[in-house]
Design a protein around this ligand. Structure first.
Ligand SMILES: [Mg+2]
Length: 240
């Protein structure tokens, strides 16, 4: 039942009258379509090769269970050395936002089928991500392709941050103007409640979905109009 709003939106897209403005579906990538656990795990293992003392704790991590912060995950497993954790934090910052590591992410179950099914109804696919263009575009394209997502082209756009320093939400808010110009936003997927709320307020007719995975600390309350799902594996989805 949690997927009913998505299925209803797909039905209405199929019945869309010819000549109506182009429908647009917006997808965040990190922790929405892609699980970043494997990326974090690979970073932790590569760091452990430099600081072997942390290896037994890294060995207990599982990609699918990792939280927002790999340092916190390791502390929760009993690793207490603050100096080594600070070193890991620096190592993480230098590696997480890179082509090499981003390509390690997994697509969440159902994510590829969902994006493809929505695209098959004639929706423009618009990936909107806080990943930065200079550091992560090549790796993002590689992983979109390896996972089987629709790739950038006339009906698929990949909008990334121009630079790593840009703030994610500010960047996303700045894209709203382009989204209005492109057509009619009918679907938007996010893992951050604050971002999902902004989409809901900007595009009140759209079905805005929060994929409840992981999110930044201290999330704001979700607007009542945002739909929350635990998985993107939508039962009853018509596959193209
Ligand atoms: Mg995200």
């Amino acid at each position: 039942m949690q997927h009913q709003p998505i299925l209803a939106t797909l039905e209405s897209l199929k019945a869309r009258p010819p000549g109506a403005s182009r429908p647009v579906a917006v997808y965040d990538l990190d922790s929405t379509l892609f699980c970043t656990g494997p990326r974090n795990l690979a970073i932790a293992h590569d760091f452990a090769a430099i600081r072997p003392r942390i290896q037994p704790f890294v060995d207990k991590l599982r990609a699918e269970d990792m939280g927002w912060n790999v340092m916190a995950d390791l502390e929760a497993l009993g690793f207490q050395d603050k100096a080594v954790l600070a070193e890991l934090r620096a190592f993480w910052r230098a590696t997480f936002f890179t082509d090499h590591y981003v390509a390690k992410d997994w697509a969440y179950p159902g994510a590829v089928d969902l994006v493809r099914a929505v695209a098959a109804t004639g929706c423009l696919t618009y990936y909107l991500t806080g990943r930065d263009e200079p550091g992560m575009r090549a790796g993002t394209l590689r992983s979109l392709e390896e996972c089987g997502f629709p790739l950038p082209g006339p009906e698929v756009l990949l909008h990334m941050k121009p630079s790593w320093e840009d703030e994610d939400l500010t960047f996303k808010l700045a894209s709203f103007k382009e989204l209005h110009a492109l057509g009619d936003v009918v679907l938007a997927f996010e893992n951050e409640p604050a971002n999902a709320n902004r989409f809901h307020r900007e595009f009140p007719a759209a079905t805005v979905v929060l994929h409840a995975t992981i999110h930044a600390p201290d999330p704001e309350p979700l607007d009542p109009g945002v739909h929350r799902v635990d998985t993107l594996a939508v039962l009853g989805l018509e596959l193209p």
